[in-house]
Design a protein around this ligand. Structure first.
Ligand code: UFG
Length: 334
């Protein structure tokens, strides 16, 4: 008899990154059990498995699901992600990103979950002393978003020390963009804050101009630098993490980026090149909570998990996001 299909609990699986990982889990033969309150997610983004609408505040429902589906592995995405909003609404961020993670992790530990992949962020580093930044660099987040994620990482570390059957990997994402090749899923937020999305929507005429937040950073052109990574490479890293946890049963923290930084101006110029539209930009003051430069050293995940990114090209990433934005726009106009 063949093995039964394994259920994997995916919190936030209807969101941007979560839905791509759900797609890959489904394609790999897993059965994703998506738990999402749809505050920013989309029900129709869940391409595989079962969907349950619910909130992580509700520990009773989480426990019921873990028991019902005999969950051994969890991938935890559900979180708020906007840096500036976190500065203005710290309680919202600590509550959802930390307190609700605590709820989930508590239930996992009490109900026999063994493998936990956590969606962390480059924002835990703050302003790194060394670039590209390595996983063992000091954590010094400069905004509540980064702190809420760092506290959850620390919680996972403490809990896994005393629960030998519970292992975790924290994946520290850099700046994710792009969409599914078949354009079934992608970024869809009512109020987007991300640079590439806003630049593309400006190209589509949804906004008159794009603000450049800070032109006085200590960088070659004065604008902030980030390491942009294609969603499909990031999604694949989650599958590798899950397989690693299941086989090796040890705790890890991995950066996930390409190791090359692009300034805001370089991104804008690439957007102009890809779209062939000359978007208008307006120089503005720095956005609160923004570090000047974030670039990943991702050698650890390459060495330990054999992660091999396939879309390491800013033009390709922006083109993928552009195709998606055009499709969204077309749908809206129907
Ligand atoms: N930016 C602009 N104009 C805009 C939007 C953004 O100049 O209209 C700038 C920002 O100030 C920043 C850069 O573009 O310097 C990138 O900003 P994003 O909002 O696209 O992304 P962030 O770097 O703020 O944050 C993202 C994710 C976080 C993650 C971080 C890791 O939202 O979850 O990348 O680097 F932690």
């Amino acid at each position: 008899m063949s093995d039964p299909i394994e259920n994997i609990l995916v919190t936030g699986g209807a969101g941007y990154i979560g839905s791509h990982v759900v797609r890959d889990l489904g394609e790999q033969g897993y059965n994703p059990i998506v738990f999402d309150n749809l505050s920013t997610g989309n029900r129709d983004f869940v391409l595989y498995g079962d969907f349950i609408k619910g909130d992580l505040e509700d520990i009773y429902s989480i426990t019921k699901i873990i028991k019902k589906y005999k969950i051994k592995s969890v991938i935890h995405f559900a979180a708020f992600i906007a840096v500036e909003e976190s500065v203005n609404k710290p309680i919202k961020y600590y509550n959802n990103n930390f307190f609700n993670s605590l709820n989930l992790i508590k239930s996992c530990v009490e109900n026999g979950v063994e493998n936990f992949v956590f969606s962390s962020t480059a924002a835990v580093y703050g302003i790194p002393e060394e670039l590209p930044v390595k996983e063992n660099s000091q954590l010094n987040p400069v905004n509540p978003y980064g702190r809420s994620k760092m506290f959850t990482e620390l919680l996972l570390k403490d809990i896994s020390c005393i629960n030998k059957n519970f292992n975790y990997i924290a994946l520290r994402y850099f700046n994710v963009a792009g969409a599914d090749k078949k354009l079934r899923i992608g970024q869809k937020y009512e109020n987007p804050t991300h640079l590439i999305t806003l630049a593309l929507r400006t190209a589509l005429g949804e906004y008159e101009s794009l603000k450049i937040f800070g032109t006085d950073y200590n960088t070659p052109d004065g604008t902030a630098i980030r390491d942009y990574i294609h969603i499909d490479d990031l999604s694949n890293a989650h599958i590798l993490c899950l397989d690693h946890l299941k086989k090796k049963k040890n705790n890890e923290v991995f950066n996930c980026g390409y190791g090359k930084g692009y300034s805001v101006s370089e991104v804008v110029n690439t957007v102009k090149k890809v779209t062939k539209i000359n978007i208008k930009t307006v120089n503005s003051k720095r956005r609160e909570g923004d570090p000047p430069i974030l670039i990943a050293d991702s050698n650890l995940i390459k060495d330990k998990l054999g992660w091999r990114p396939k879309h390491n090209d800013l033009e390709l990433i922006i083109n993928s996001a552009w195709e998606w934005e055009k499709k969204l726009k077309k749908k809206e106009n129907k």
